[in-house]
Ligand binder design. Sequence first.
Ligand SMILES: [Fe+2]
Length: 404
Amino acid sequence: MPIATSSPAAPFQPPSTQGKPEIPEWDIPPATQADVEFAELHTIDLSLMDSEDPKVVDDLVQMVKKAIKEDGFLYVKNYGISVEQLHRQFAIAQYNHRNISEEDQERLLWHPETGVYSGYKRPYGWKREKQALDGIKHFNFYKPEFDDINRIPNCIHPFFDEITAFCNYMSKSVNRRLLTLLSRVLELDDDFIWRTAQSKEGPTGEGYFRHALFQPLASETKELSKGLRMHGHCDFGMLTLLFSVPVSSLQLWGNDEKWRYVKYEPGALVVNLGETLEILSGGHFKATRHRVFEPPEDQRTFERLSLVIFQSSIGDLMMQPAMESPLIQREGFVNYQGCFKEYKRFRDAGMPVPTNRQWREGQIKDGREVTDVVNNQVGKDRVEINGKLFSKREFFGMTVLLPV
Ligand SMILES: [Fe+2]
């Protein structure tokens, strides 16, 4: 297995804030004091990749392998961005949501029916047209937004260089290092996943950066959604890089089939594995099943600000296992109920599988609202299996079964 010989990763060096308008610091809500059961996660120290001791680096790869197997998820520290630098990005996102003009909300309103989330999401569902109140606002930056400042809200123009630098660092340094570790788990050369599967153009490739704001759950929404803010789902692409925030709402589906909140750790990076990685690894990497749920009682009046970078694979990529992997050659595929199992069923039957772009755009176009009481019931989108509720939908003839 190749061992790190390259020079240590450079830390993030953000553009200067001098001469820019002053903006308020991020109002950080208090962490919950409630007695809730948190997911117990392995923490990966990414700076250990730079160790000169091969044993330390190899232990790190083994730790990643174990974390993926046991948690389906990575919790990462020391990735090169300080807590202060990260909080500056939260301050910019907070400023964006507090100051985006009515005119910009209208002008930059998103169009998910096109298969991308580019632009502004109002707190009324996942379509361009107004749906029931869900209390979730976004601004989503894709390549067209990074290429043209007129496509981002005027209020954050002075900070655009900082947003761009942050996304570039996250994608091309942090993400790339994580893909190196995953390539090593597959016993492939360090650049294998980066080279063959990762989209790389611009600060986020074919993926995107999101400023998300969850308003406190309104009683009218709660009545319809039963506390759910986002359905249980897997991300479609490569790695999703998000950051631990004080308001506990993100939940992971454990191997014991229970939802648990992810605990707040200031500055920690929370990494979901997407479906492309599940297929590429022949099922050895499980796409993380996660949802967003109402927080514990003591946090229900706070807004939850969240920053997320969704890394995407090359859109035209035919999603398939990396058969070059000695791990796959030795141990075969790992089949469980997931995207890879469906993919394999299709391939075994000689049926065509979608490209990653078709897969992600199909699901974006046809997202279901948490407030949709007609479809969110058994007999429609939901099924009960061993006393547990799952959503069951079909895309391109492939079944997507996810815990509710
Ligand atoms: Fe997600």
